[in-house]
Write a protein that binds this ligand. Structure first.
Ligand SMILES: *Cc1c(COP(=O)(O)O)cnc(C)c1O
Length: 371
């Protein structure tokens, strides 16, 4: 078989000389951890998002874990969440033996449907964990109302949605606690990294202590008040974060431009549904995910690979992952909308530097492959 002449990856980070200089400055200092870069990055994220408190952590998953611990969720507590997400948004509950209760999603935004959430509330429900999937905010104001009404906590998994807004407010800052992530394919990167944000001083202080070996940070360094973790961010990562955040709005604008090219190119395609944005919100395009409506998603993916185009079936539903089936006995059919969407979705190449010519090549190949 001839090798494809193209080699278009599904994602890659955008890094420039300012990023390299920022990280090198740390390497020329002797402070590689617990230093000024982490504090500067936290301040900058708080200023950007409008959150009162921000705490940098080693990755998004451990940020979510601390959110769950700080809220006191534990053994047998039910937390209503989305089955159409990356596995970490449910794993963070299982670490504390809380139980993810999946509610079905909306066909347009792929986020939790508030009515489905309400229908799953029981006397054991303690929280809602909303995921802003692919960079588009969930119905977070309605979810917050439901949470208030039933005395539940609201956690936002904003690991895919930095910079997006709902009624003008930043996703991640609308619940009790929110978490961003900075893995290399996210809106901005620190390598591995994450950030917890909250407006609640008590929750914030608790997260700060928990990520820092359970210390009381106003007290003696070697006194540990509670079981904690080392979930801190190092100075190289934080310096990269400071530098990346300075160009975040530009990077989001570049992604919006590419999303617009795709939408235009897909306008007349049958069988292929371009992403849609719900009312009252902005989208910051973590990934560009289309739906192949005629059942040929997997064939399309293979044909794309042969043409030198990498794509990903984002995302398989969480409740049908092997360990979830074993632990909770889920079978296909439990969450019909999420399962249907997950069987149709395909993430297309999407990164800063992708050209309009490449977008046309990708869409032309996809239209042929999915016909
Ligand atoms: C990326 C991501 C996370 C956290 O991922 P890390 O790799 O641990 O930083 C959590 N939830 C969702 C939905 C994600 O996409």
């Amino acid at each position: 078989m001839p090798k494809p002449t193209r080699n278009i990856p599904v994602a890659k980070p955008f890094l420039d000389d300012a990023d390299r200089v920022g990280v090198m400055e740390v390497l020329h200092s002797s402070t590689l951890a617990l230093g000024p870069q982490m504090i500067a990055f936290e301040k900058a994220i708080a200023a950007y998002t409008g959150a009162k408190y921000a705490y940098a952590v080693s990755n998004g998953t451990c940020g979510l874990h601390l959110a769950v611990r700080a809220l006191g969720l534990h053994d047998g507590d039910e937390v209503i969440t989305s089955p159409f997400s990356f596995i970490a948004s449910s794993n963070c509950l299982l670490y504390e033996r809380a139980v993810p209760i999946f509610a079905d999603i909306d066909e347009v935004t792929y986020n939790l449907t508030p009515e489905a959430v309400e229908a799953k509330i029981t006397s054991k429900t303690k929280a809602i964990l909303a995921v802003h999937i692919f960079g588009q905010p969930a119905e977070v104001e309605r979810l917050r109302q439901i949470a208030r009404q039933h005395n539940l906590a609201l956690i936002e998994d904003a690991c895919e949605s930095l910079g997006s807004t709902y009624n003008g407010a930043m996703s991640g800052t609308l619940g009790d606690i929110g978490v961003y992530a900075f893995y290399p394919n996210k809106q901005m990167t620190t390598g591995e990294g994450g950030m917890i944000v909250t407006n609640d001083e008590v929750l914030g202080k608790l997260c700060n202590s928990l990520r820092n070996q359970g210390r009381n940070l106003e007290g003696d360094w070697l006194v540990h008040e509670r079981l904690g973790y080392n979930y801190r961010m190092d100075e190289m990562s934080a310096a990269l974060g400071v530098s990346q955040l300075k160009k975040l709005d530009w990077m989001i604008a570049e992604k919006r431009k590419i999303a617009h090219w795709y939408a235009e190119a897909l306008l007349d395609a049958t069988n292929i549904l371009a992403p849609q944005v719900g009312p009252n919100r902005t989208h910051t395009w973590f990934v560009y995910v289309v739906r192949i409506l005629n059942g040929k998603r997997d064939e399309a993916q293979q044909a794309m690979a042969k043409a030198g185009i990498q794509t990903k079936p984002y995302l398989p539903v969480i409740h049908l992952q092997p360990f979830m089936r074993t632990q909770f006995g889920y079978a296909p059919g439990a969450l019909p909308v999420a399962e249907k969407v997950a069987s149709q979705t395909l993430a297309l190449p999407f990164y800063i530097g992708l050209t309009q010519e490449e977008v046309h090549y990708i869409v032309d190949t996809l239209i042929l492959a999915a016909s």
